[in-house]
Each structure stands twice: as C-alpha cells, then as structure tokens.
Write a protein of this length. Structure first.
Lengths: 160, 122
C-alpha cells in the first residue's frame, strides 16, 4: 500500500508502481485509489469513474507492459487526472487498439476474465479527456481527465 | 426480492454478508468477463458470475456492486470472502448454471441493470 503524496502546488497525488504479470494484486491499487478519493471528498460518481479508468489502466500495465509501469492520479478541485505510463512494448496500431472488442491479450489473461477488448475504449468513454501516445519499442502513455461533478446528486450506488 | 430470498431460490450458500438478508436485489448483470462488467454495468447492480479471480471483489468495490452470486458451484478464495465481508458486499455461491440462475431471478422480478451499450460493437 502506498500513501498519497502532495505535490508542491498542493495537488493531492497518488502514485502506484504496477508490476508486469502481477495478476494476484491486479486492481488493488485502483480499488485503493477509489477508496481514498471517496475519503478525500470526491463524489461517489466521480470516484467510480476514476476507479474504472484506473483499473483498466492498471490491468493493461499488468497484462501488456514489458516491465510494468506507473499509475498516477492527481486530484484537482475541478478534475481528476489519471496517467498510465510504461516503457514498452508500445502499441502498433492505436486506432485498432481503441476499437471495442479488439484485443491482443494472451490466453492467461483471457482465462482470468480479461482481454474482452474493452479496456482502452472503456477508459476513453469513461473520461472527459483522453490522450494516448505510443511508440513501438518506447512505450505507451495514456492520460485521462475526469471533470468533477459539482455535487453528489448524480452519485451512483451506495455512495461508498 | 430480498437477498435471503435469492439465496433460497437458487439454493446458494452465503459466503459473506450473512447478516444482510434484507438487502433488496432488483437489478443484475451476468457475465464472466470483468472487462465487460467495467464497460457495461451501471448503478446498484448485483453481479452474477463464474469468475472467482481476485479482481472480482476489486471490480465490485470500484463499481459499487451490491452483491455477487457465483454460479456453477464456483467459490472464491477465503481471502476474497473476507474482503467482501469487510466491504459489506454479500457473496452467494450456487451450483446452478448462470442461465438457470438468471432465469430464476428474472422470473422473480429481478431486472437487467441499466447499461451502456457499445455503439460500435457488433
């Protein structure tokens, strides 16, 4: 478990280093982030969206990256920004990777219930802002922005 | 319907949340692929699945899933049940298939959760 840090400008930041193939802990960082966002006053709906984006990114690092990567979440007063970054192998065809249903997941990931080809598309449509940059042999960087709702009136579920 | 009625109906063992029998189960989503759960479910849904990976309970926590029914006799590891207990998410395990479980619940008033269909998915 890693504690949130605070940047010099006061923005709350959560940084998790995700190991490649660490399926046993897969999703635990994102569940922790979602929990801490709620505890920090983020609405249920916003925390849920951030949790979904973080989870998809975390599992992508576990399933696809060569050496793992970083899951970083910054909490601004008006938005939540989520950065997922690795140093390889990179995505050959980004448009294809963003196509719902397309997947290059290995069998072991599919057998565990992943690799439905929904990860990146789901991150994209769950976010208000979505950027992806990837170069073969260099790595992939995905940045997602979630605009925070003004109140919790749209909160979904149990409010936790 | 109530959680304890669901357990009786599908002849399930209660693995976590035994004290939450009055919980109202009115919507459900049935799937084994967790990616689909993350992409498609909405609101206070009950998850019906044969997936007992450690990720199940983490996805449930992130999505505010209110209960999980494991089908085909699947049982998650004790650590998952313990985590569910901490989170207050009841876990049921039935030997019935997913199809039969869904049919029984639907026949007793449980309805599909709202979802967000993928526009470009065939």
């Amino acid at each position: 478990m890693q504690e949130p840090t605070r940047r010099d400008d006061g923005v709350r930041r959560f940084v998790h280093h995700i190991k490649a193939r660490d399926i046993e802990h897969g999703g635990s960082a994102s569940a922790q982030i979602k929990r801490e966002l709620r505890e920090g006053g983020v609405s249920a709906a916003d925390a849920r969206r951030a949790g979904i984006v973080a989870f998809e990114g975390e599992m992508n690092l576990i399933v696809y990256s060569d050496r793992g990567g970083i899951l970083e979440v910054d909490v601004y007063p008006d938005a939540i920004e989520i950065l997922i970054e690795d140093d390889g192998p990179g995505i050959g065809d980004i448009d294809l990777a963003l196509t719902p249903g397309y997947s290059t997941a290995p069998d072991w990931a599919t057998e565990l219930g992943f690799g439905a080809g929904m990860g990146l598309p789901n991150m994209q449509r769950t976010s208000d802002g979505f950027e992806i940059h990837s170069h073969m042999g260099q790595g992939t960087r995905v940045r997602c922005r979630i605009e925070r709702s003004e109140d919790d009136s749209t909160g979904i579920g149990q409010g936790t | 319907m109530r959680l304890d009625d669901v357990a009786t109906l599908v002849e399930a063992d209660v693995l976590a949340g035994a004290g939450r029998g009055e919980l109202v189960i009115d919507r459900a989503y049935a799937v084994d692929l967790l990616s689909d759960v993350l992409a498609l479910t909405d609101e206070r849904t009950t998850l019906i699945t044969g997936n007992v990976s450690p990720q199940v309970i983490r996805v449930a926590e992130i999505l505010n899933v209110i209960a999980i029914v494991f089908v085909r006799g699947k049982r998650p590891a004790p650590s998952i049940a313990a985590r569910a207990e901490q989170l207050g998410i009841p876990l049921l395990s039935t030997k019935k298939t997913m199809f039969e479980t869904c049919g029984l619940l639907y026949g007793n008033g449980v309805r599909p959760c709202k979802n967000r269909p993928v526009e470009t998915m065939e």
